[in-house]
Design a protein around this ligand. Structure first.
Ligand code: MV4
Length: 508
């Protein structure tokens, strides 16, 4: 096992990796930009190295600075987390060329599945079902027309270099095809500098179900079950769960075996995810493979009992996975809500500010993977994810009830967040029935975001309630320590202030 690992990331995932390192007795080196000097991940790690100004391109995306920091601190390996350089083939290669271990797949595996068309071609060789369509980019409109005719409308145009829905166009008839192709190519060029576009049969109303795979350096590859990720807004996942209501044990085995075949064909090692479209008729189609640990990995951890980050470290250090299955059937149910600094009542506009108060929920089956604390400055430099609230319970209904309770306990004062949006989803009857697909959120969004953001009065009350709770806690603590002051141990000033706040709360 490594003595020391550098974590080339920030926020909640950096803290998550610090924790995994600590439990394995591995020293952790955090990196931080000027904006993250007092961030929790930098404070909690054993060492912290400044890698430059706030803009990512001058800090977290600077491969040279990250590798130099690893060498200067004597780290033997680098964990990239997710986002930033985690799926960049050149970074994986540069790390290895610098004599360090990249905690993730070999650069060759990233290359094998990095482009959508390359992944589709590889899938075809591994007997992995892909949506009917072309694997190579379309040469011109006439080729598009003949392929679309053979597929049958509606068809979907997609950017080969793309992802996240950019450059996608649904085409319902031949009449629209030429103009749709031209506009898809334009958007692909501006978004990715590559106007290659291919075409697929459009699958209406599918679920987005992904399979977690874990492989070691010795040829063992396991599937660790599925995650339901259909609740997305503009291709950003908002809520994930494991398992999926739509997946039976037979389907789980079939999708799992398919994902393992795909990973082996790619020469994959370490943690990876195969994304599928799951159609209502039970057919599933490979979409893409993510060559990194994913944001939503905790729901798999909770229903499998595995620590995926520790397994990443152990695999990268050369350990063998067990040959017996690591996960047969999921135990219980897990749900994750991404808590972001976005004003859900105002079209999810990014919200900035300083967090003046943070109370995270606890109790049975509640996990908070957070990257912020009181005092954290929330700006626009980085992804708006403040933390992930994850719950586990015996059944899906119990998990929903637990998530609702935990969301109500979660208090973040200082920025608008997506908390109230998640509360409304938990209360939504269709969600409770599990009747969701990738278009569900766009359909339901108006009713889930009605009522605007938290009015200032409510913020003031939240602060007051929080301060009161804090003060009463302090008072009880002081009393139990026999400190002077009034009966409950608070000073006379605090008691007066508490009375005023309590009175104010009553008069709301
Ligand atoms: C599709 C599809 C329907 N039919 N392909 C969106 C971005 C990329 N992940 C692939 N995506 C889709 N590909 C065919 N042939 C529907 C989507 C899609 C989608 C897929 C997964 C999760 C959310 C989505 C939201 C809109 C469209």
């Amino acid at each position: 096992m490594f003595n020391k690992v550098l974590i080339a990331n920030r926020g909640e995932i950096a803290l998550r990796i610090v924790r995994a390192c600590r439990e394995l007795g591995v020293a952790s080196v955090a990196v931080y930009s000027d904006a993250d000097a007092s961030a929790p991940h930098a404070r909690e790690a054993d060492e912290a190295v400044n890698i430059g100004p706030a803009p990512s391109r001058e800090s977290y995306l600077r491969a040279d600075k990250l590798i130099e920091a690893a060498k200067r601190t004597g780290a033997q390996a680098i964990h990239p987390g997710y986002g930033f350089l985690s799926e960049r083939e050149h970074f994986a290669r540069a790390v290895v060329e610098a004599g360090l271990v990249f905690i993730g797949p070999p650069a060759s595996a990233i290359a094998a599945v990095g482009s959508k068309t390359a992944a589709r071609a590889l899938a075809a060789t591994a007997n992995v079902p892909v949506v009917p369509g072309t694997t190579e980019p379309l040469r011109d409109a006439s080729e598009a027309e003949s392929v679309a005719k053979s597929l049958g409308y509606p068809v979907l145009l997609k950017a080969s270099a793309g992802g996240g829905g950019k450059g996608m166009r649904i085409v319902h008839s031949a009449a629209e095809l030429a103009s749709a192709l031209a506009s898809a190519k334009r958007e692909a060029m501006t978004s990715f500098g590559d106007d290659a576009v291919y075409v697929e049969k459009y699958i209406a109303g599918p679920r987005h179900v992904e399979i977690q795979v874990l492989g070691d350096m010795h040829g063992t590859m396991h599937s660790l079950g599925e995650r339901e990720c259909s609740i997305q807004r503009r291709h950003q996942k908002m809520i994930e769960e494991a398992p999926s209501v739509a997946v039976t044990p037979e389907l789980r085995k079939k999708m799992g075996d398919t994902a393992v075949r795909m990973a082996k064909a790619a020469g994959y090692v370490n943690a990876g995810t195969c994304e599928f479209l799951l159609a209502a008729d039970g057919n599933f189609y490979f979409l893409e493979m993510n060559t990194r640990l994913q944001v939503e990995h905790p729901v798999t951890e909770l229903v499998s009992g595995l620590d995926l980050v520790q397994w990443q470290l152990r695999i990268a250090a050369g350990e063998r996975l067990p040959t017996a299955p690591m996960m047969t059937e999921p135990r219980g149910w897990a749900i994750e809500c991404r808590i972001t600094s976005e004003d859900a009542g105002n079209d999810f506009l990014p919200s900035t500010g300083t967090i003046s108060f943070l109370r995270v929920p606890g109790g049975p089956g509640v996990r908070w993977d957070g990257g912020v604390g009181a005092g954290s400055e929330i700006g626009l430099h980085y992804d708006p994810l403040l933390g992930k609230l994850i719950v586990w319970a015996g059944t899906r209904d119990e998990a929903i009830a637990r998530m609702r309770r935990a969301l109500l306990e979660l208090t973040i004062v200082g920025v608008e967040t997506s908390r109230d949006f998640h509360l409304r989803v938990m209360d939504d009857v269709e969600f409770q029935r599990g009747a969701i697909d990738i278009q569900w959120l766009e359909r339901r969004l108006p009713s889930l975001t009605a009522g605007g953001s938290t009015p200032d009065g409510e913020i003031a009350v939240a602060i007051a309630a929080a301060l009161l709770a804090e003060s009463e806690r302090a008072g009880r603590l002081a009393a139990s320590n026999g400190a002077g002051g009034t009966a409950n141990g608070a000073s006379s000033h605090d008691a007066w202030r508490d009375a005023g706040i309590r009175d104010g709360l009553r008069r709301r």
